[in-house]
Ligand binder design. Structure first.
Ligand code: NAI
Length: 306
């Protein structure tokens, strides 16, 4: 399994690190536009191999896509992150050009690659990747919901005062502060709906904290987060590499599912060796459907800026 990670910045390097530590890939190629940067990150990571017990070979290259040839999976993290007070949507001007050219270069070298798009505004960048290279829709996956759901579980466990491993929950719809839809109704603690433990008011606080999870970290860090984003991507790459058929909410190009077409937005997906192997259609309540529709309108408005 060969994985290319485009962008050796905070998220790209964290993603490469988690992939290596899980030791399921034979090779990770880190590629960046900044001269020597990916080489440096790769060398630093390789010097952790004997300490962390992994055999994954990590190499770094500056803008030489020939080194990415025949990748099974490629992750696009190249582009600028937001600064405190910025929305993800404000990044579109710079990131659209980067994502389009990167996706084109990747597919030239690896015609069968499965691409995971991370750069923001992610739903629009995933849509742009679909429109730019036109490969089968199961092979372009946007990462947002896996991260947002991890943040939701963190907030749920905090509110319940229990371990995160006891809770489950999912965030669907657009990957934006206003567009996210944490499904509080379906969240569980050891199979019991969390509504049995938390008041409606407390649950709506949990949902709100989840939605601004990225902005909260950006304010604290001065730039956007990297550990949880990197871990979320690595879990998705692992699901493809090991054909686990695990379910993650991912930004998928819809073709009638949830009543929508020609939009990439967060929905539960079964991930395996073919990328998105199935889009799961949840039975949403009328209120959830209305929020999903509103979120989709927000994503479409950003797509219009392309
Ligand atoms: P960063 O600034 O640390 O790293 C970005 C890297 O991309 C830099 O090293 C830069 O040199 C490189 N780059 C720029 N143009 C390039 C090109 N044409 N080819 C190759 N490399 C290029 O930024 P960070 O924190 O790693 O974030 C990366 C992106 O991921 C941002 O757009 C951010 O908003 C997004 N993000 C998305 C998340 C999600 O859930 N979808 C979560 C966290 C970040």
């Amino acid at each position: 399994m060969k994985v290319t990670v485009v962008g050796a910045g905070a998220v790209g390097a964290s993603c490469a690190e988690y992939i290596a530590m899980k030791d399921f890939a034979s090779e990770v190629v880190l590629i960046d536009i900044k001269e020597g940067f990916a080489e440096g990150k790769a060398m630093d990571l390789m010097q952790t191999a004997s300490l962390m017990n992994f055999d994954t070979q990590i190499t770094g290259v500056t803008n030489d896509y020939s080194k990415t040839a025949n990748s099974d999976v490629a992750v696009i993290t190249s582009g600028i992150p937001r600064k405190p007070g910025m929305t993800r949507e404000e990044l579109i001007g710079i990131n659209a050009g980067i994502v389009k050219s990167v996706a084109t270069s990747l597919i030239e070298q690896s015609p069968n690659v499965i691409i995971i798009v991370v750069s923001n505004p992610m739903d629009t960048m995933a849509y742009l990747a679909h429109k730019s290279i036109g490969i089968a829709k199961n092979r372009i996956i946007g990462m947002g919901g896996a991260l947002d759901s991890a943040r939701f579980k963190f907030r749920l466990a905090e509110a319940l005062g229990c371990p995160q491993s006891d809770v489950d929950g999912m965030v669907i719809a657009g990957h934006s502060d206003t567009g996210m839809l944490p499904l509080t109704r379906l969240a569980v603690r050891n199979s019991v709906p969390v509504t049995a433990f938390l008041s409606e008011e407390r649950l709506s606080e949990v949902a709100e904290a989840t939605k601004v999870g990225g902005a909260t970290l950006t304010k604290l860090l001065g730039t956007s987060a990297w550990y949880a984003p990197g871990a979320a991507v690595s879990s998705m790459v692992q699901a493809i590499a090991c054909d686990t058929k695990k379910m993650f909410p991912c930004s998928a190009l819809l073709d009638g599912e949830y009543g929508l077409t020609d939009i990439s937005i967060g929905v539960p997906c079964i991930i395996g060796k073919n990328g998105i192997e199935k889009i799961v259609e949840l039975e949403l309540t009328d209120a959830e459907k209305a929020k999903f529709k509103e979120s989709a309108a927000g994503v479409r408005a950003v797509n219009e800026l392309l």
